[in-house]
Design a protein around this ligand. Structure first.
Ligand SMILES: [Zn+2]
Length: 440
């Protein structure tokens, strides 16, 4: 029978109360395995702009790429899965698209790129669906179509993997009992091939969520073998139901690659700006730091929130420092102006911290005293005199480097320190790896 290549994308099936788009993907792959389809890549888990206001948890969409001789049946059954398992009553707006073609045209990845750092309206998504003759399905307002389109055509500049394990249904909602020491050991044993498993500074396990969703834990890393090995080293009282490995844009920092337009900062957009610090940052109520930068004569307000762990470093900035700041634009409200919420900052050039002091007597090595306004300075011991103050350079307690939030404050897309200058670019799929594990 004739085989056809089918791309499947879906998004926004989850809610804060339960369900999870990746779990639905796991159930769909379980079904597709029974249909004996041929998988052409690992499932994609794509995170889009984390600064959109209506995201559920991680603004993550899923895409699958398969080859099958019975696309009609498969599409029908996937629609049923989405209908049955989406948390629509809790506010999910699921979207699903199918695209039957070997190659995906470039404008799909361009669409995905916009969804990564900006807001894409559902109207735009619906237009895209009709212009490209996509088969689509949605419930609610159709917001999920944005991620569904973006995920199937996602243009990876770099990628990582995540193995996500799922709980037995009888455990949903119960506390996850994972042995902390095993996660620490796993982190040591697999570094640098896995990342963000454990936050040493907070003594906190990062692999497990805390909500009622079906996810047990997730291990992120650079290759399939490492995330499988990492997961095998995690000890817990609970045994997981099964797992699936995703190819992902997590840990790539790709949402902050676009330079923002300081003259026109769009609310909820993500990106970076380069500018000179206009004044020493102020620490305000709650321990958050605020300052502003100047980019080509335009002032931008920046905020650094306490949980990022970055405030002690940002507070050491001074007027004149040249910085690159990345983050999302918070909408202006009655009480505050439009502001860039910082997700990283990089000191490009430190200004000299010069303070003016009274001159020093060359003989006695003591600071002179002022003789009164406009009358210069004199040494009280030997009466030596001098007209002008001197400038003294204070050493800076900051370096010309990149500063990131502590791992527990990382977003899914944050590029961790260990991934700086590390890029996975060759898309390869090895179906002999145990990327899907399920007892059925
Ligand atoms: Zn003197």
């Amino acid at each position: 029978m004739k085989e056809t290549i089918l791309h499947i994308g879906f998004d926004d099936t989850d809610s804060t109360k339960g369900m999870c788009t990746t779990f639905l993907a796991y159930k769909i792959v379980e079904y597709l395995k029974k249909e004996k389809v041929k998988f052409l890549d690992y499932p994609y888990l794509i995170r889009f702009n984390p600064n959109v206001p209506w995201k559920t948890r991680g603004n993550g969409a899923v895409a699958l790429k398969i080859s099958t001789s019975k696309p009609v049946l498969i599409k029908k059954n996937i629609i049923q899965f989405i209908t049955k398992h989406s948390a629509v009553e809790d506010g999910a707006n699921p979207g699903l698209v199918f695209y039957e073609n070997k190659e995906i045209p470039k404008h799909f990845s361009e669409f995905g790129k916009i969804a990564l750092c900006d807001i894409v309206s559902r109207k735009k998504a619906k237009e895209f669906v009709s212009q490209n003759n996509l088969e689509s399905f949605y419930i609610g307002n159709g917001q999920g179509l944005v991620g569904a389109i973006g995920a199937i055509g996602y243009g990876f500049r770099d990628f990582t993997y995540e193995l996500i394990s799922y709980r037995h249904e009888s455990n949903f909602g119960k506390k996850r009992l994972i042995f902390k020491d095993s996660v620490k050991t796993m982190q040591k044993a697999t570094f640098p091939q896995t990342f963000n498993n454990f936050d040493e500074s907070k003594d906190r396990v990062l692999i497990a969520p805390h909500g009622p969703d079906p996810v047990f834990f997730g291990v992120r890393g650079e290759d399939v073998d490492s995330v499988i090995r990492g997961a095998s080293l995690v000890n817990s009282k609970e045994k997981f139901h099964g797992y699936m490995v995703f190819r992902s844009n997590q840990g790539t920092g790709d949402h902050l690659l676009t330079e923002l337009d300081s003259k026109n900062l769009k609310p909820f957009s993500s990106g970076f700006l380069i500018g000179k610090v206009l004044e020493k940052p102020k620490i305000e109520r709650g321990g958050h730091a605020f300052f502003s930068i100047d980019t080509d004569g335009i002032k931008t307000n920046c905020a650094v929130y306490k949980p990022t762990g970055l405030t002690s470093k940002t507070s050491k900035l001074i007027k004149g420092d040249l910085v690159k700041v990345g983050g999302g634009i918070r909408k202006a409200s009655k009480n505050h102006e439009r502001i860039l919420n910082i997700e990283f900052f990089e000191v490009l050039k430190l200004e000299k911290n010069l303070v003016s002091k009274n001159p020093i007597c060359s003989k006695c090595k003591k600071h002179m005293k002022s003789r009164g306004r406009g009358q210069g300075y004199e040494c009280k011991k030997c009466v030596q005199m001098s007209q002008n103050k001197i400038l003294k350079e204070i050493p800076r307690d900051l370096e010309e480097k990149l500063y990131l939030p502590m791992p527990s404050a990382h977003r899914h897309l944050t590029r961790p320190l260990q991934r700086i200058n590390r890029f996975n670019t060759t898309i390869k799929f090895d179906n002999s790896k145990k990327w899907f594990c399920n007892p059925n």
